[in-house]
Each structure stands twice: as structure tokens, then as C-alpha cells.
Design a protein around this ligand. Structure first.
Ligand code: NAG
Length: 239
């Protein structure tokens, strides 16, 4: 028996508790061609995932990290740590507060927020120049940790973030700044067309297709390769 929250309408801030006897598998700079040929943009991969989802953990470990190792310069990844969650604002004693619910409970919301803060720091930190490499290392570290919801500070150290930035991220996690980042990821997730049904959901060049979704879960390298123009296909795409 599992409990999860269903938010019937984005604008309705009332949550219905629903029982489900069965868990469906819901949780389930452009690189230019310096040889003079036409330039192309890296394939855009966006991953909608959540911190305590087994399928998200497997995708990061078995697809994302290896694909980045094989053909990392041919794609960029956007990470959207939110998944099947809900968010809304309510007013308590005249103060507005964010409220989140997550498929795997409050720990997962905390973990998603922590990753949102870590990702934001990497993206905005001028000292981190290899942002894509940082992000794949960071998310790879967090999602493969024993407890992904609390692994963020340690993983930032692992990728070489200085202690000052680690404390900035810790402040973000425990402040409204983290709530705002997570809510923004929620808005991006709710804007998905068709709406998110499986976690992780993967879009290619901002578009969802069932073929690419299934393909990415099976072999992300091959799926990215499919979207690289013939003239630019790396050797790792054949095989
Ligand atoms: C994934 O696809 C790549 C590129 O086509 C191929 O080289 C690789 O062997 C595939 N991996 C698996 C596990 O099938």
C-alpha cells in the first residue's frame, strides 16, 4: 500500500490523499566544427527527475554518467529535480510560505531542493568554468550516494567546490531561496507537454517523444547520437 498526493489542478491549493494498491512505474555554447565544416549546437537533453526515485538513480548511473564520458561534448544537460511533486504558497500568520509534497515524502522534497541549490551555485559560480562537467559529476555523485537527500554538501566538496560555496549552498537549502528555486523547477515540470507521467522524463532538444524517452532510458548515448548530424557523428556513435 502506498500513499501519494495528487494535485487535481495547478491553481487549486487543496491536496487529496489517494491510496494506490499498486505502484505503477511512474517513478519509475555551441561547439563549432573547427575543421571548417558547418557548426552545430550540442544536443539539448533535459532530465526531469527526483532525488529518491529508483528509476532516476538508475538513469543517472547507467545512462547519463557513461554517455557523458563517451560523447559529453556533443550534448548539454539541464537538470530539473522536481518530479511528481506539488508546490504552492500559503499564508501563515501573515507570512507567505512555500509548501511542497513529494512522491517519496518530505525527505525527497528536501533532497530536490538541495540539488536545486547545488545546481544553481554551479551555474552561477564564476570560478566553475566547466559547468557541464561539474553538473554531471555533482548529480552523479548525489544520485549514487547512500542517501541522495543529504549528500549535496559532501558531493560539492567531492567535485572540488570551496568551503565558502558549500556554505552558501547550505544557506540556500535552509532558506526561502531554495524554496523559490524548487518552485521554479516545479513550474518547468508542470509546463511539460504532455504532462509528466514517468520519472525520470527526458526531452531531446526541448521536445518530448515517446521514442526518445524509451531510447534514452535504454541507451542515452545512442539517443543523443541519433540527433547529431551525420557530418559530425563521433566514433563512439558507431557500434
Ligand atoms: C549504446 O549505443 C552506443 C552507440 O550506438 C553503442 O556503441 C553501445 O554499444 C550501446 N550500448 C549498449 C549497452 O547497448
Amino acid at each position: 500500500m502506498r500513499w501519494y498526493y495528487v494535485k487535481p489542478h495547478a491553481a487549486v491549493s487543496q491536496y487529496y490523499l489517494v491510496t494506490a494498491a499498486v505502484i505503477i512505474a511512474v517513478c519509475g555554447s555551441a561547439r563549432s566544427d573547427t575543421t571548417g565544416g558547418p557548426s552545430f549546437s550540442p544536443v539539448d537533453i533535459t532530465v526531469y527527475y527526483e532525488s529518491l526515485c529508483g528509476d532516476s538513480i538508475q538513469f543517472v548511473r547507467n545512462q547519463l554518467v557513461p554517455a557523458y564520458r563517451d560523447i559529453g561534448s556533443f550534448f548539454t544537460v539541464n537538470y530539473i529535480p522536481y518530479g511528481k511533486a506539488t508546490h504552492g504558497k500559503y499564508v501563515s500568520n501573515g507570512v507567505e510560505k512555500w509548501h511542497f509534497t513529494c512522491q517519496h515524502g518530505p525527505q525527497e522534497c528536501y533532497g530536490n531542493k538541495a540539488q536545486a541549490c547545488g545546481i544553481n551555485d554551479i551555474l552561477t559560480n564564476p570560478e566553475r568554468t566547466k559547468k557541464q562537467q561539474d553538473l554531471v559529476n555533482f548529480v552523479g555523485c548525489v544520485m549514487q550516494a547512500r542517501n541522495p537527500s543529504t549528500a549535496v554538501p559532501q558531493c560539492l566538496q567531492t567535485i572540488g567546490m570551496d568551503t565558502q560555496h558549500v556554505s552558501l549552498v547550505e544557506n540556500c537549502i535552509s532558506s526561502v531561496a531554495g524554496d523559490e528555486l524548487l518552485a521554479a523547477y516545479g513550474d518547468k515540470t508542470l509546463a511539460l507537454q504532455p504532462s509528466l507521467s514517468f520519472v525520470p522524463t527526458i526531452t531531446v532538444d526541448k521536445v518530448y517523444s515517446q521514442e526518445d524517452q524509451m531510447g534514452a532510458l535504454r541507451n542515452l548515448t545512442a539517443t543523443v547520437c541519433k540527433h547529431i548530424p551525420e557530418y559530425n557523428k563521433p566514433l563512439n556513435c558507431s557500434g
